[in-house]
Write a protein that binds this ligand. Structure first.
Ligand code: MIC
Ligand code: SF4
Length: 643
C-alpha cells in the first residue's frame, strides 16, 4: 500500500510502535525550537535532566513573545535563555530577529525532517514539507536530550485543492474555509495533508499560512508536499542543499478527503470568539472597525507584507482606525525597507511594531473598550487581546487593509485591481542575530545567568492509590489554554514563576479558582469537550498542578494539553457517557479508589459523595503514560529512568 507524505516521514523516524491509527508511536526528532514564553521552563527542565549538550541535529531558542520590557523580568529571562542556549549547544535567535515560526521557515526548516517546538504553531514548517509538531516544554526538553517524542499515530486527512485563488482571496481564506467546514475540533487525531493540482499555485509562505492554522483545527499537524516551489524557496534562502522532493504515493490511502476549489473561494472572516465562527466578509459589510492588526506567525511573511504595502501605497488609513503592522522577521523588515515598501506602509499612517508576536499574544496594542479589531492572526479567544469586551475577528491581510482604509468591514475585492506582487529570486541573508552556541570546551566553564524571576520548577507527587478531592471548577465545552492560563503583557513575564502565575489561573472563568483550589488541597476540574484547545503552554498544566489539581474529567481533550497534563502528573479522564457531565456540580466531593488497578483496566469509578451517584470514566493511558503519572510527572519519570 502506498504512503502519504506524513507516513513516509514517520516511517523514516519511527523509534517504536506500530503505525496503526490510535496506537502510540515514538519518533526520533531532528530539530527543536523553543520561544521565550515557554522556553525558560523548557530549559529549566532540560537543566534538571543533567544532560550537558543537546543531541538533536539542530535546536534553536527564539525570543519573540515577551519583548515588552516594562520591568526586569523579561530582560532577565532573555539573558537566561541566551546563556543557557550557549552552554548547552542551542542556537539563540535574539529579540527583534523575528517570530520563531517565520524565522525557522526561512532559515532552518528542512523537508523530510522532524521538528518539535514548545509552541502550538510549530506546524508552520509543514509548509516546507517538514513533519513539525507543537509540544509541551517537557517533551521538547526530552527531545533535546535525545529522547523520542511520543504521539498517538494519527489518521490521515487529505485536502484536495483544485483551481487557483482569485485576486484578493488568499491562503488565510483557505484556512478559514476549512475551519468553517471542520470546526475547531475537526482535525483532532489527524494529520492534514494538502494535495491536488491547486498546490502548485501556492508559494511556500502561503502554504505555511495554511499549515500554521491547521493548529486551530486541533490537527496533530499539517503538511504540504516538497516540490519545485519548495526548492525555489530554499534556493532563494541560499540553502538549496536542504531540498529533497517529497510527495505521497498515488495509491496512498486517506481516512477522509475534503475538496476545495480555490477559484470558488471568497474572502472570509472568523467572528468572536472562535476561529471557526466563519462567515463571508461581505455578509458583515459596513460594520464599523476600530483597530486593524497585521502580522503574527500566520501572516507576516515578505509575501504578505509586500501585498499590504502595495495596497496601502499612496493611500491614508481611515481616521477612526488604528493600524499596526508587525513584520515576521528581520529579513522581512529589511527587505521591505530596501525596496521602499516600508515607506509606503509608514506613509499610510500605520504603526510599525517590532518583528515579534506583539498584539497576537496581548503584548501591547489591546483594542479600546468594546472595540472591533480585525486581525490577520490565528486566534480570537475571549480576552486574549487584553480587552475582554473587544470583538476580535480573524481575516486575511487583504481584508485587513480594506478595513483599515475604509473604517468598516469591506470586501477587499472592491479595492480595485490587485497590484502584482512577486517573491524575490534571492532573499537577503543576514544571520547575525542568530548566535551560535559555544564549543564544548568553552561551554564547560560558561555560566548560566539567572534573574530573581526564575523560581523553582514545582515538584510533582506520585499519584495516590485512592483520591478524595473537591470538584473545584466545572467549565463548559472548548475551554482554551487562554482560559486556563491567560497570557498578555501583565502576566507573560512570569512564565518561569509558577507561584506568581497561579493567581491568574482561570481568571476569565472564575477569579476565585486559585484561592479555592489551594484551600481544597486536592482538586478536580470537570470540563466539556475539546478541553485545553489552543496553545502548547505547559503552564496550563503546571499551574493547576501547583494549585493541587490531581484530575481533569472532560468529554474530550485537545492533544497537546492532554499530553501536558500527564507530563505534569495530572490524570486526564473522559466520561464514558457524555451526559454524565450533568451529574456533577462545582464543590461536590469526589472519591476515586483503586487507581492503579483502574489505570490497568482503562476504567475508573468516580463516586460523588454529595449525591451518592457513581459514574464510570475512561482512563485511556499507555504503559509509559501510567508510569509517568505514578512517578508524579515526566520530569520525575525521566530522572528515575536515566539512573
Ligand atoms: C499562543 O499563540 O497562544 C502562544 C503564546 O504562542 C502559545 C505558546 C505560549 O503560550 O507560550 C502557543 O501557541 O503554543
Ligand atoms: Fe506568536 Fe501569535 Fe504565533 Fe503564538 S500565534 S507564536 S503568539 S504570533
Amino acid at each position: 500500500m502506498g504512503k502519504t507524505v506524513a507516513e513516509k516521514i514517520i516511517a523514516a523516524h519511527l523509534v517504536s510502535g506500530d503505525m496503526m491509527p490510535g496506537s502510540e508511536i515514538a519518533l526520533k526528532i531532528d530539530q527543536t525550537l523553543t520561544q521565550d514564553a515557554t522556553g525558560t521552563m523548557a530549559y529549566l527542565e532540560f537543566e534538571a535532566m543533567g544532560i550537558p549538550r543537546v543531541k538533536t541535529e539542530l535546536s534553536v531558542a527564539y525570543v519573540d513573545h515577551n519583548t515588552l520590557q516594562s520591568g526586569f523580568e523579561n530582560a532577565d529571562d532573555h539573558r537566561y535563555l541566551q546563556t543557557v542556549a550557549a552552554k548547552h549547544g542551542v542556537y539563540f535567535s535574539r529579540p527583534g530577529n523575528g517570530i520563531c515560526h517565520q524565522v525557522h521557515l526561512e532559515r532552518f526548516g528542512k523537508p523530510g525532517k522532524t521538528l518539535i517546538g514548545s509552541d502550538s504553531h510549530t506546524p508552520t514548517c509543514g509548509g516546507i514539507g517538514m513533519l513539525a509538531f507543537g509540544a509541551g516544554g517537557l517533551d521538547v526538553a526530552v527531545a533535546m536530550g535525545g529522547g523520542a517524542y511520543y504521539i498517538t499515530m494519527p489518521k490521515m486527512f487529505k485536502v484536495e485543492l483544485t483551481g487557483a485563488l482569485r485576486p484578493f482571496v488568499s491562503a488565510k481564506d483557505v484556512s478559514l474555509e476549512l475551519l468553517r467546514i471542520l470546526s475547531v475540533k475537526g482535525g483532532v487525531g489527524a494529520i492534514i495533508e494538502w494535495g491536488g493540482p491547486g498546490v502548485k499555485t501556492l508559494s511556500v509562505p502561503e502554504r505555511a499560512t495554511i499549515t500554521n492554522m491547521g493548529t486551530e483545527l486541533g490537527a496533530t499537524t499539517s503538511i504540504f508536499p516538497s516540490d519545485e516551489i519548495t526548492r525555489a524557496f530554499l534556493e532563494a534562502q541560499g540553502r538549496v542543499e536542504d531540498y529533497i522532493p517529497l510527495e505521497s504515493d498515488t495509491d496512498a490511502v486517506y481516512d477522509r478527503v475534503i475538496s476545495i476549489d480555490l477559484s470558488a473561494l471568497k474572502p472570509m472572516i472568523a467572528c468572536p470568539h472562535s476561529p471557526d465562527n466563519v462567515v463571508p466578509v461581505d455578509s458583515l459589510k459596513g460594520t464599523k472597525v476600530d483597530q486593524v492588526c497585521i502580522g503574527s506567525c500566520t501572516n507576516s511573511s515578505l509575501h504578505d507584507m509586500l501585498k499590504v504595502a502595495a495596497l496601502l501605497k499612496g493611500k491614508t488609513i481611515h481616521p477612526s482606525v488604528s493600524l499596526s503592522i508587525s513584520p515576521g522577521s528581520k529579513q522581512v523588515l529589511t527587505m521591505l525597507a530596501d525596496c521602499g515598501a516600508l515607506t509606503d506602509i509608514l506613509a499610510s499612517g500605520a504603526r510599525v511594531l517590532e518583528c515579534a508576536c506583539g498584539p497576537c499574544i496581548g503584548m501591547g496594542f489591546s483594542p479600546n473598550s468594546g472595540g472591533v479589531s480585525l486581525r490577520t492572526f490565528n486566534r480570537n479567544f475571549l480576552g486574549r487581546s487584553g480587552t475582554k469586551d473587544a470583538q476580535v475577528c480573524l481575516v486575511s491581510p487583504e481584508t485587513a487593509v480594506a478595513a483599515a482604509l475604509t473604517g468598516q468591514i469591506t470586501d477587499p475585492m472592491l479595492l480595485g485591481d490587485m497590484p502584482p506582487v512577486t517573491l524575490p529570486e534571492k532573499f537577503k541573508i543576514d544571520d547575525s542575530a542568530i548566535l551560535a552556541p559555544l564549543d564544548e570546551t568553552q561551554a564547560k566553564n560558561a555560566k548560566v545567568l539567572r534573574g530573581p524571576n526564575i523560581k523553582e520548577f514545582p515538584k510533582g507527587e506520585a499519584f495516590p492509590e485512592n483520591l478524595s478531592a473537591n470538584l473545584v471548577l466545572k467549565v463548559e465545552d472548548n475551554i482554551t489554554t487562554d482560559h486556563i492560563m491567560p497570557a498578555g503583557a501583565k502576566i507573560l513575564p512570569y512564565r518561569s514563576n509558577i507561584p506568581f502565575l497561579s493567581q491568574f489561573c482561570f481568571q476569565v472563568c472564575d477569579p476565585s479558582f486559585p484561592e479555592r483550589a489551594l484551600k481544597a488541597g486536592s482538586g478536580i476540574i470537570v470540563g466539556g469537550s475539546n478541553y485545553g484547545q489552543g496553545s502548547s503552554r505547559e503552564h496550563a498544566a503546571l499551574v493547576p498542578m501547583y494549585l493541587g489539581i490531581r484530575c481533569v474529567i472532560a468529554k474530550s481533550f485537545a492533544r497537546i494539553h492532554a499530553a501536558n497534563l500527564i507530563n505534569a502528573g495530572i490524570l486526564p479522564l473522559t466520561f464514558v457517557n457524555g451526559d454524565d457531565y450533568e451529574l456533577f456540580a462545582q464543590d461536590d466531593d469526589i472519591t476515586i479508589e483503586n487507581i492503579k488497578a483502574g489505570m490497568d483496566l482503562g476504567q475508573l469509578i468516580l463516586v460523588n459523595k454529595n449525591t451518592g451517584k457513581q459514574v464510570s470514566v475512561t482512563c485511556d493511558l499507555t504503559l509509559r503514560q501510567k508510569e509517568i503519572l505514578l512517578a508524579g510527572g515526566l520530569l520525575n519519570y525521566t530522572k528515575e529512568n536515566s539512573r
